[in-house]
Design a protein around this ligand. Structure first.
Ligand SMILES: NC(=O)c1ccc[n+]([C@@H]2O[C@H](COP(=O)([O-])OP(=O)(O)OC[C@H]3O[C@@H](n4cnc5c(N)ncnc54)[C@H](O)[C@@H]3O)[C@@H](O)[C@H]2O)c1
Length: 437
């Protein structure tokens, strides 16, 4: 196998997983980040965020001297006399107030790579970006690269999901390579050589669109089933059965058809908006995406609607929330439904207690006037309603009889349909779930 010297700029959920996994594949990798404290944490052999299975791989590859960390891009591109042949851009592309993607970090990193490179370099955009970003990166590098060092810009979108990122990276459904030349394609095939997955080679723009279109389609499936759940609630049908019946059709597939409190996280909400925005800028009003976002916003209101209909006067009532992260097995709180739900409850004078197995420390700096409970039972203590917000495995195995004893008013609002309605009601709960009678 041909190995490469690789620099990964941005050591967040995507960059760090990319860097660690590339080292695991046998490459020599330097992970760079502008955040000095993050680099210090990584150099100390610690994780800056929660991602199952990442730390042991990180330690293994540091020990094997295939993985190191740096603060400056120059040190990442030219580490100790070596030269990176591949530079990944994996920085954040957060939403601007108008919904478009903020690409200023991508531009800054592209320029720094151009200043630092000394030899042919493949510059790979791994961040999720709007179509035509590759052309802008190319232009930026050309402007800064006054010595005329040869380079190629590649789009290589990432499809990993937080919580299963290592597995997703090493065993992906597909690898998408948006390239302009056979030379760039050859290098990228070498980079991913040991991974056994279909490789789709496209032009750069198509690769960029594959990412936005894929995330928007998955978000559409979620909003679709959530909209169906509203009809189920109105007529007394069961959305889990409807979704099962739909999912058995191979053309539809069962994944992403679980009704709940809507999607969150750093990908779906912002990518949906950014895709809508770029389509509009190019002259197409992608109405469908607007509807997907609207349905998602409405679904966040499920908790408040249930609380209002069960608890009558809300000021002073106590509500416990189980789960803060936007999905289980991560501590990521970006665009998490929990944050909006808490805000809406607090605006009605509700006293909120919360619990999360891993995200609580991060949440402490974001949430004001909230009680952080020791565990799920402490969260239920004295509550007028308990809401399941995130489907952490431990919330599927609660001792519900104990929860019932601890609550002031045994109202269980299951925003993730974790429990069997009949069994829970038998224990004396008022039980409401999403789209089920
Ligand atoms: N998180 C996911 O599940 C996921 C999945 C697929 C794709 N993506 C995309 O990948 C990109 C990164 O997402 P993330 O979740 O890893 O973000 P993140 O915020 O966890 O990580 C980004 C990192 O980049 C660093 N950074 C920012 N500007 C920099 C600069 N100029 N120089 C060096 N470092 C800099 C930040 O300090 C941060 O550590 C985004 O475009 C995102 O949409 C994310």
């Amino acid at each position: 196998m041909k190995t490469h010297d690789i620099c990964v700029v941005g050591s967040g959920y995507v960059g760090l997983v990319t860097g660690v996994c590339m080292a695991e594949l046998g490459h020599h990798v330097v992970c760079v980040d502008a955040d000095k404290s993050k680099v210090r944490t990584l150099k100390a052999g610690k994780m800056p965020f929660h991602e199952p299975g990442l730390l042991p791989l990180l330690k293994k590859n540091v020990k094997a001297k295939r993985l190191s960390f740096a603060h400056s891009i120059a040190d990442g591109i030219n580490p100790g006399g070596r030269r990176a042949s591949v530079a990944f851009i994996a920085v954040g592309t957060p939403p601007r107030p108008d919904g478009s993607a903020d690409l200023s970090s991508v531009e800054a990193v592209a320029a720094d790579i151009a200043r630092a490179m000394k030899d042919f370099t493949v510059i790979v955009d791994k961040s999720t970006v709007p179509v035509e970003t590759g052309a802008w990166v190319d232009k930026t590098v050309r402007r800064v690269n006054t010595k005329g060092i040869p380079f190629e810009v590649v789009s290589n979108p990432e499809f990993l999901a937080e919580g299963s990122a290592v597995q997703d990276f090493l065993h992906p459904d597909r690898i998408v390579l948006g390239v302009s030349t056979p030379r760039a394609e050859k290098v990228m095939r070498e980079v991913y050589g040991p991974i056994d997955a279909p490789v789709l080679v496209t032009d750069v723009k198509s690769a960029e669109l594959i990412k936005h279109a894929s995330n928007s389609f998955l978000a559409t499936k979620i909003s679709f089933v959530n909209a169906v759940s509203r009809v189920c609630e109105a007529v007394g049908a069961d959305v889990t059965l409807v979704a099962r019946g739909m999912g058995l059709d191979k053309r539809i597939g069962a994944s992403f058809l679980r009704a709940g409190l809507g999607f969150g996280g750093f990908c779906f909400p912002k990518d949906l908006e950014a895709f809508y925005w770029i389509a509009k800028q190019k002259g197409y009003d992608f109405k469908l995406l607007r509807a997907v976002a609207e349905v998602n916003d409405e679904q966040r209101g499920w908790v408040l609607r249930q609380v209002e209909s069960e608890l009558w006067n809300l000021p002073g009532k106590k509500v416990g929330l189980l789960g803060l992260s936007f999905k289980p097995h991560t501590d990521d709180l970006r665009f998490a439904p929990s944050l909006e739900i808490i805000k809406s409850l607090q605006s009605q004078g509700v006293k909120v207690s919360v619990h999360d197995p891993v995200a609580a420390p991060k949440a402490k700096s974001l949430l004001k006037g909230v009680r952080f409970a020791r565990d799920a039972y402490d969260c239920a203590k004295g509550a007028d309603a308990l809401v399941i917000v995130t489907e952490w495995p431990e919330y599927k195995e609660l001792d519900l009889a104990k929860v019932h004893r601890l609550m002031e008013n045994p109202v269980l609002l299951d925003g993730r349909n974790l429990y069997d309605p009949a069994a829970v009601r038998k224990l004396g709960f008022v039980y409401r779930s999403v789209g089920r009678p």
